[in-house]
Design a protein around this ligand. Structure first.
Ligand SMILES: [Zn+2]
Length: 483
């Protein structure tokens, strides 16, 4: 049984799980699930006394040692893959703290105890986000606090309000609904009727990666408020339409607000299983069932009963297919680790025939971030930068939907806070990723039409470009960090 939990990927070489012959779990209808388990979904999971260790993996011997520990102990929550020359963050329940420390010492790993009470971080986050969540249906979207994290209802109301306030350029699209009945909504932002080539952004397919939807909302705001006044935004919208889906997995996201901050998957229930949830980012129909996925319903990388069995992956497929031939770039945005990743996460080929072009576009994004905030985002294929992960959205977008430029993104940070990135960083991350996306679009334009659409020197330097431009953040110091 595997319960590893990385963001995009995972299980470090352990399960090269080709599809097995196993009884296929059948979905329990939601009404029955509610009657049977309704109260469980309101349980508050307390992470008090859970420790978060951050260890620096310096050599292969150490990597193997941690990998073994991970395989032996399902209760450990590895937040990112164990990789030489990177840090790995491990959430450790109180009963295993001694054992884990013993192992860290045995393998001579240098490590930091980030907190011995993860719940205190979660509590802090709650307080940080309590103050300004006053946005109500129908209110002015300008009152929406972009420097806060928001619940599903607030995000949903914000999208409605944007579509209403900016009806000349923003159109609400609903591409599906979920097991628990929430709508999967997004916005088309188009300045000329909506027939241009498309830039697709989605986020929030993994529930606990809160910075990803917050970043999509920041970009939406940037596009609608700058459409008439910001030269770069105007140039982007003159050439492309944007389709932005901030929250692909609203059921899982809602659970991270209602009581289990560390939840990752969707919330589907199966007949005869007490564990619930499929990882929708293992459920797409390319290389389904391959490495870096699990057939165990209890696993955090459970791939689901079949390709596209899940409403969330179906929604992405349907949204993408409704734009056939028009999508120039597909980004699926996650956190964390600061990576811009190219196909593939699995399958017969290690890199696309378009690898060189993809790499140059990703590098344009990397340079934009470096110029803005001084932070380094690594560029490479999913398999190079993390580990195999089959059935992911970006691989399918590239192979199944024939989109040349398909990327999987991991935003900040590199493990200092991990999934609990403070709200005070939202605007800087939003600006960082907006600039990266704009520069990637510029590079695609250069490749396809021979000309760029805006001058990158026109980006205001952080902090000097007026009130809309957040200060670049200080680079967080957190020993030991690489790259
Ligand atoms: Zn993720």
């Amino acid at each position: 049984m595997q319960t590893r939990i990385f963001c995009l990927l995972a299980v470090v070489g352990s399960i090269y799980a080709l599809p097995r012959i196993e009884s296929t779990p059948k979905v329990l209808p939601y009404e029955e699930a509610r009657a049977k388990y309704g109260a469980d979904d309101l349980d508050v999971v307390d992470y008090g006394d859970h420790h978060l260790f951050v260890a620096a993996v310096e050599n292969e011997h150490q990597r193997k040692g941690l990998e073994e520990l991970e395989q032996e102990r399902n209760e450990l929550d590895f937040w990112n893959p164990v990789f030489v020359s990177r840090n790995v963050s491990i959430r450790v329940p109180p009963a295993l703290v001694d054992e884990v420390e013993k192992q860290l010492k045995k393998f001579h790993l240098s490590y930091t105890l980030a907190t011995k009470n993860l719940q205190s971080w979660i509590q802090h986050e709650k307080e940080e986000n309590r103050q300004q969540n006053l946005f109500l249906v129908g209110s002015d979207p300008a009152r929406f606090a972009l420097n806060q994290y928001h619940s599903y209802d607030e995000i949903s109301a914000y999208l409605d309000a944007i579509a209403s306030r900016y009806s000349d350029i923003a159109t609400l699209n609903t591409i599906g609904s979920t097991y628990e009945g929430r709508q999967i909504k997004g916005l088309q932002i188009a300045s000329g009727g909506g027939q241009k080539p498309v830039i697709w952004l989605d986020s929030g397919i993994h529930a606990r990666e809160w910075i990803a939807p917050a970043t999509s909302l920041y970009i939406i705001n940037k596009l609608v408020t700058g459409a008439k006044t910001d030269a770069t935004v105007k140039a982007l919208l003159d050439a492309y339409d944007f389709h932005v889906y901030p929250l692909i997995n609203p059921d899982g996201y809602e659970r991270t607000w209602s009581g289990d901050r560390m939840w990752r998957k969707n919330r589907v229930r199966f007949q005869g299983y007490s564990c619930q949830g499929v990882d929708p980012n293992r459920n797409f129909g390319y290389a389904f069932g391959g490495p870096g996925t699990s057939g165990d319903v209890c696993s955090d990388i459970y791939r689901g009963p079949g390709p596209f069995s899940e409403l969330e992956s179906q929604a992405v497929r349907s949204g993408v297919q409704s734009l056939t031939g028009r999508i120039k770039m597909f980004q699926t945005i996650h956190s964390y680790s600061q990576l811009i990743m190219l196909p593939y996460g699995a399958g017969p080929r290690i890199q696309s025939a378009h690898y060189n072009d993809q790499l140059q576009v990703a590098q344009a994004g990397q340079r934009a971030i470096s110029a803005y905030s001084g932070l380094h985002y690594q560029v490479g294929t999913v398999t190079q930068l993390l580990s195999p992960a089959a059935g992911g959205a970006a691989d399918w977008a590239h192979e199944g939907a024939n989109i040349k430029y398909a990327f999987a993104i991991e935003l900040r940070d590199k493990g200092r806070f991990g999934f609990l990135l403070p709200a005070s960083q939202i605007q800087a991350v939003g600006e960082e990723w907006y600039r990266a996306t704009a520069s990637m679009v510029n590079e695609i334009s250069r490749k396809e039409t021979g000309r760029t659409i805006f001058n990158e020197n026109s980006f205001p330097r952080g902090g000097t470009g007026g009130s809309q431009t957040p200060q670049p953040p200080p680079v967080p110091q957190w020993p030991p960090i690489w790259g």
